[in-house]
Design a binder for this molecule. Structure first.
Ligand SMILES: [Zn+2]
Length: 228
């Protein structure tokens, strides 16, 4: 199973000319935690730490949390961009974390999470989550998986595997063979760009899981304009 996961991640990065992930890099309120070719993000709030995805190898996640001063048992919620193995396996060291995801992701979570993968907090498109004084907005962006989500928190757009940042600093799609419905993935990203613009949301940072992030929210609009 572990070998299969390595292969998956290598394929994802090997197909694209992506920017490198920087461990402990901050994008506004969130901090990147790396595990080889994938990453998840830490958000510290007044009511405790929240994660965007649970990273991959459990002991690597433990090390990343420790270097950020976080005890695994203090993580109260993981907001899932999607349920692929390299985004969920770290749940094994998070005994108190609630699983928060869009309902459509239950099947993928059931496939890849060991033990009980039942979604504790079923998210909905457009929902505003509050963790103390921190607001997180939920956006449904199906395509990479049926229940893929993006999250906007204080200007940081957490993208999971819905897009990648290229080595040239542009936002691009993930390789087609990695997504359940690659065309829908791109259409969802175009819709997300249009929606964030219509809602007049400030997007300062774009933070994918399998590449570095960038401080260039306008790259999302550029991506959308190039893919209509
Ligand atoms: Zn994925």
């Amino acid at each position: 199973m572990r070998i299969a996961a390595v292969t998956t991640v290598l394929l994802l990065t090997g197909c694209s000319d992506v920017s490198g992930i920087e461990n402990r890099k901050s994008f506004g309120p969130i901090t990147t935690m790396i595990d080889l070719f994938t990453s998840c993000s830490l958000l510290k709030t007044d009511v405790g730490p929240v994660l965007f995805d649970a990273c991959w190898r459990p002991e690597e996640l433990r090390a990343r949390l420790t270097e950020n001063g976080v005890k695994p048992e203090d993580v109260g919620t993981v907001l899932f961009t999607h349920g692929h193995q390299d985004h969920v396996a770290g749940l094994a060291i998070l005994p108190n974390a609630r699983i928060a995801a869009l309902a459509a992701e239950q099947e993928v979570l059931t496939k890849y999470v060991k033990g009980d993968a039942t979604i504790d907090d079923v998210l909905t498109d457009g929902q505003v989550l509050r963790f103390g004084s921190t607001e997180v907005r939920v956006y449904s962006v199906p395509g990479h998986t049926a229940g893929s989500a993006a999250f906007l928190v204080e200007g940081a757009l957490v993208l999971g595997d819905n897009a990648l940042v290229t080595a040239k600093g542009a936002l691009g799609p993930v390789p087609k063979d990695r997504s359940a419905d690659p065309d829908l993935n791109v259409r969802s990203m175009v819709s997300l760009a249009d929606r964030l613009k219509a809602e007049e949301r400030e997007v300062k940072w774009l933070v994918p899981a399998h590449s570095g992030g960038i401080e260039a929210g306008s790259a999302l609009q550029t991506f959308a304009d190039a893919n209509r």
